[in-house]
Design a protein around this ligand. Structure first.
Ligand SMILES: [Fe+2]
Ligand SMILES: [Fe+2]
Length: 158
């Protein structure tokens, strides 16, 4: 089977599963489990963002770029996603500290913010899947090099 940067859609799907598990923990009102999953999600997301920003985007930036696929969009969306995760963590802490009568509204605010997160992330991943990954396929033709880059390696000869 041929290797394409579109294979990174699998990483997006895996991230989505961890985030959904976090949301299910919220619905179950299991805040410790939710906190653990949120931490794991942030770690996994940071690793993926690092690969994109340090390895993939610099290569993408060398070629022709369509107006909706500008590097600044990917990077600013990453910053925004991390800010939203900070907000979720704070919301979770607020729900934990809330007196009984304020627990439901506090938890609902976290659930609501988590839905905003999934919408924003869908938008971001769609942009990557429409511009970044196909653009990388155009710039890097060699399958072995594609695999090495997706694994976080440096391009051959660098
Ligand atoms: Fe990204
Ligand atoms: Fe991505």
């Amino acid at each position: 089977m041929s290797t394409s940067f579109m294979d990174l859609r699998g990483v997006h799907a895996d991230l989505g599963e961890v985030f959904a598990a976090f949301q299910y923990a919220l619905l179950d009102q299991e805040l410790d489990r939710a906190e653990g999953l949120l931490k794991r999600f942030r770690k996994d997301l940071l690793a993926h963002m690092r690969l994109e920003e340090e390895v993939l985007i610099p290569i993408y930036a060398e070629g022709p770029i369509q107006p909706a696929g500008k590097v600044v969009y990917f990077e600013s969306e990453h910053r925004k996603l991390l800010e939203m995760l900070d907000g979720l963590k704070e919301g979770l802490e607020a729900a934990r500290a809330a007196p009984k009568e304020e627990f439901h509204p506090a938890l609902l605010a976290v659930v609501d913010a988590s839905c905003h997160y999934t919408h924003f992330t869908e938008h971001h991943e769609m942009r990557e899947e429409r511009y970044l990954f196909p653009g990388l396929d155009e710039r890097v033709g060699d399958e072995e090099e594609r695999r090495a880059l997706m694994a976080g390696g440096k391009p051959a000869g660098a």
